[in-house]
Write a protein that binds this ligand. Structure first.
Ligand code: GAR
Length: 194
């Protein structure tokens, strides 16, 4: 059985979609933990609802960088996971974590990478930039996490149209629907070839 751990910072709708698909039997996996840098975010509520252990590890709980990284590694090593899934985790992952799990960390990003990725491109800012650039299409990308932000191998993408009168919020919602469909399938397909 595939063992995953999830990291999330926000509403947690991607996290919820993944655990719902596990619950429905679409994705044969166990979610071992949620790590968050925001102890009051929606993802925490979802984890509690499903009885998934939550670890709040952030600059607030661990102000010393080395201790912050050690706390992350401690959880990750404790559970012997096959894949670490970033589901709306809004902090760059320390290089020590990326090196601990080479080709075993997946991220979802709300643009068609390599466009609109890298430092500063996260959440609603991505959709603002897509609209400002008058792009005709956008959509989510699932990729492997490498040491450079948003530069790892692309595993899957889905295109959605960008419409004339889109606001960043309207576009974000259209992309998010596709994220929920794409992420669990990509996890399933990637895990199948490990
Ligand atoms: C999603 O759109 C995800 O692609 C994006 O944050 C949102 C999280 O939503 N991630 C990034 O921007 C990472 N660079 P959620 O908390 O409802 O899953």
């Amino acid at each position: 059985m595939l063992k995953i751990g999830v990291m999330a910072s926000g509403g947690g709708s991607n996290f919820k979609a993944i655990i719902d698909h596990i619950g429905e039997g679409d994705l044969e996996a166990q979610c071992k933990f949620l790590i968050t840098n925001n102890g009051t975010c929606g993802a925490v509520a979802h984890a509690q609802e499903y009885g998934i252990p939550v670890y709040h590890i952030s600059g607030k709980t661990h102000p010393v960088v080395a201790e912050y990284e050690a706390a992350l590694l401690d959880v990750i090593d404790r559970y012997d996971i096959d894949l670490l899934i970033l589901a709306g985790y809004m902090k760059a992952l320390p290089v020590s974590i990326v090196r601990r799990l080479p080709d075993r960390i997946l991220n979802i990003h709300p643009s068609l990478l390599p466009k609109f990725g890298g430092k500063g491109f996260w959440g609603i800012h991505v959709h603002e930039a897509v609209i400002a650039a008058h792009e005709k299409e956008s959509g989510p990308t699932v990729h492997l996490v490498s040491e450079e932000i948003d530069k790892g191998r692309i595993l899957a993408q889905v295109k959605v149209p960008v419409l004339e009168d889109d606001t960043p919020e309207v576009l974000a919602a259209r992309v998010l629907v596709q994220e929920h469909n794409l992420y669990w399938k990509t996890i399933r397909d990637y895990a199948a070839q490990l």
